[in-house]
Design a protein around this ligand. Structure first.
Ligand code: FAD
Length: 312
């Protein structure tokens, strides 16, 4: 069995809970899992020391990890990672990184894996916007990106030592600064509950009604591409779909979204889908577990006050 290397997923400078799921996937693909934590402060890696099923943790310390840049991250991570099967998350950034790492090592990349079978040799991932599943056989080392909320997370009863390796000297170029639109809100790719709005919200100011419900549920707010393209106030980072983010939450609430195939491609694997749309024939209802035929103006205030009564 090949050794495995998990690249820890980070969120706001901390190790994200998805990392525990990646460790589970890695242990199905091979053995002797090394967890590599990209960081510029190695203290971050201490949070990973309790993850079970990890043989070794490497805190890959470098200034390049302050800002994401595929080339420099791949260069630095390649330098510290042993050979074997590399596992990353299937976030937009990590899929990009997975491809770069595979290219550096001239090994295959398998993206968006949702199932591992046959003792870790067969990997299944959705293709054609989620309309079909593709299975590939793994016969040598590869880089494998794994979808969130598919594999059960490894528990936190382990204790691994953290080895710090400074990789700064290995990197030829690095991104010095990235200016981002400030947002306090949870990102859709990390959320367990998402409420998304489409063109049917009428104007961007009406997204405040979605935010109000999101705050009650601890949810992220997403959007269709029509909403993102039409209104500057709705950033691309909120877009769910084929050319946006792929999400896999437990609950996805689609409000004023018709359910075009390209939107479905990013959210159809959500555990429960609730749709609110004034048109009973909107395609989203064919994929929804619960459908409310109403305008959002009618439905959202009722949902909001019911949640207040329920959650206090
Ligand atoms: C190559 C390509 C890639 C694409 N990638 C993406 C992608 O990543 N993500 C994405 O979302 N789209 C993507 N699209 C666009 C996609 O085809 C659709 O155009 C888009 O998803 C439609 O967004 P929408 O549902 O918000 O708008 P519409 O299709 O206009 O639907 C609006 C819906 O709101 C309902 N509505 C109107 N008023 C109300 C109200 N008051 N209350 C309740 N409901 C109301 C209407 O009945 C309607 O169903 C892509 C398209 C292409 C060609």
């Amino acid at each position: 069995m090949s050794d495995t290397i998990v690249i820890a997923e980070l969120s706001k400078g901390k190790i994200s809970a998805i990392t525990n799921e990646l460790v589970t996937a890695a242990n199905q693909l091979g053995s002797n899992c090394t967890l590599v934590v990209p960081c510029n402060d190695s203290a971050i890696a201490n949070d990973a020391s309790s993850i079970s099923g990890v043989s070794k943790i490497i805190a890959a310390k470098s200034g390049v990890f302050s800002n994401y840049d595929a080339a420099s991250w791949a260069e630095a991570l390649d330098a510290v990672s042993p050979s074997g099967i590399i596992v990353t998350s299937a976030s937009t950034q990590s899929k990009d990184l997975a491809a770069r790492l595979a290219a550096r090592r001239t090994i295959s990349v398998v993206q968006d894996v949702v199932e591992i079978s046959n003792d870790g040799t067969v990997l299944t991932s959705p293709v054609y916007s989620g309309k079909a599943l593709q299975s590939v056989k793994l016969s040598s080392d590869a880089v494998v990106s794994v979808r969130a909320n598919v594999f059960s997370p490894a528990d936190n009863s382990g204790s691994s030592e953290v080895q710090v390796i400074d990789t700064s000297g290995n990197v030829t170029t690095a991104l010095k600064e990235m200016v981002q639109r400030a947002s306090e809100r949870l990102d859709v790719s990390e959320a367990n509950i998402i409420i998304s709005g489409g063109r049917g919200m009428g104007n961007p100011g009406n997204f405040s009604h979605l935010e109000e419900i999101a705050d009650k549920l601890g949810a992220a707010v997403g959007a269709s591409r029509a909403a993102v393209d039409t209104w500057d106030e709705i950033p691309h980072s909120m877009q769910v779909g084929q050319t946006g983010k792929t999400v896999n939450p437990n609950l996805y609430i689609a409000v004023g979204i018709s359910g075009a195939i390209q939107h479905l491609a990013g959210m159809r694997s959500s555990k429960y889908i609730v749709a609110i749309n004034k048109d009973a024939d909107a395609p989203i209802f064919q994929h929804a577990d619960y459908g409310i035929v109403a305008t959002w103006e009618e439905a959202l205030p009722i949902l909001s006050s019911s949640l207040s009564n329920l959650l206090g």
